[in-house]
Design a binder for this molecule. Structure first.
Ligand SMILES: [Zn+2]
Length: 350
């Protein structure tokens, strides 16, 4: 019998055998166009609109989850980050002025309430609407920045990296407040029907921080999040070119709710075959589709060939979800998305 999307997704994450390799398309802004009259601003300022876009995409295209994907201001607006409206259609709202400039500014941050601060309410509303519609048939995900990633949304990347060296204690005070906020937010998402978090550990990539820096400023706060959000399934996501698989695999060993890693296997090291051989017997892999090349500029046949290759590489033994390396481009041709789903069902059959 055919599994539901939830059964398929859960089986893959738990190394049981699903009927097909599940597919997770991270449509983001691409999905906005499935609702007539919708645009990025409407999508990014109303949970009901966000839900409408994701439901429309799921109904028209398919795939095995619903994934709420906001711009990076969702949380940090609560700390006074100003947003810049997009200068062209089809891009997210961008972060404007940062409230944290000096090391002492980290101590001014206060724990936020996900129900009222920033635009966190969007996810709570979108999750509630989607879970009301689909119950436990479709896994509902939220894109959720980690504490260290969030520091670079309230302060510039350059200043954050500088404060690691000049004022680590001040930065850690900020990280603590951010961790408290995100843990509460994640639990509120779970209460509203979310099943998994695309947990953005995007700074855990060696071209951005060193392993030592990540172990000091990233990992302790990630671990605090995993410990405090036991009902959320976490899929750490790193879209840099040298993702720290060893740290994510450590999380998997320590926390039952860390199940998988999502990364850009077609452009980063390790690639899919290397990751399958080294980590893929216990850490589920979410990858296989190149969102920067094949999906946006290839033909439907190219997309199908890439998915065939990915399934041949990583399907065996389960623990595999077909996914792009990051949010798909809104310029992706619609037939390529359709081809991705069809190829996943064709080549992903167990
Ligand atoms: Zn990404």
């Amino acid at each position: 019998m055919e599994m539901t999307s939830m059964q398929r997704f859960e089986a893959a994450l738990n190394f049981e055998t699903p009927d097909y390799v599940p597919v997770s398309l991270f449509g983001g802004i691409f999905e906005v166009h499935f609702v007539p009259g919708m645009d990025v601003i409407k999508y990014g300022t109303s949970g009901a609109n966000m839900a409408r876009a994701h439901i429309a995409f799921y109904e028209h295209v398919g795939g095995d989850n619903i994934y709420c994907l906001s711009d990076m201001g969702l949380i940090v607006q609560g700390w006074g980050v100003r947003m810049k409206l997009p200068v062209e259609p089809d891009i997210h709202m961008a972060l404007g002025k940062f409230p944290v400039k000096e090391p002492g500014d980290w101590e001014k941050l206060e724990v936020l309430d996900p129900r009222v601060d920033g635009r966190m309410r969007l996810y709570l509303d979108a999750c509630a609407i989607c879970s009301e519609k689909y119950g436990d048939r479709v896994p509902i995900g939220v894109s959720m920045p980690s504490p260290l990633t969030t520091t670079t949304h309230v302060c510039s990347m350059e200043d954050t990296l500088m404060h690691m060296i000049t004022d680590p204690d001040a930065l850690k005070k900020g990280l603590k407040v951010i961790t408290d906020t995100i843990a509460d937010f994640i639990n509120a998402c779970v209460d509203n029907g979310a099943y998994f978090a695309g947990y953005l550990t995007t700074r855990a990539s060696k071209e951005i921080t060193t392993v030592e820096q990540y172990r000091e400023f990233g990992a302790p706060y990630d671990e605090e999040i995993f410990r405090r959000t036991p009902a959320m399934v976490h899929v750490p996501h790193i879209c840099g070119v040298e993702p720290m698989f060893e740290i994510i695999d450590d999380y998997r060993k320590k926390f039952k709710n860390v199940k998988a890693i999502s990364w850009w296997d077609r452009g980063a090291k390790p690639n899919l075959a290397e990751a399958k051989a080294t980590y893929g017997k216990k850490l589920a892999l979410m990858a296989g589709i190149d969102h920067t090349n094949t999906l946006v500029s290839g033909t439907p046949d190219d997309v199908a060939a890439e998915i065939k290759n990915a399934c041949e590489t990583a399907k065996e033994g389960s623990g595999f979800v077909l996914a792009p390396g990051c949010e798909v481009s809104p310029k992706t041709p619609w037939p390529n998305m359709r081809a991705a789903i069809n190829a996943a069902r064709r080549y992903g059959k167990y």
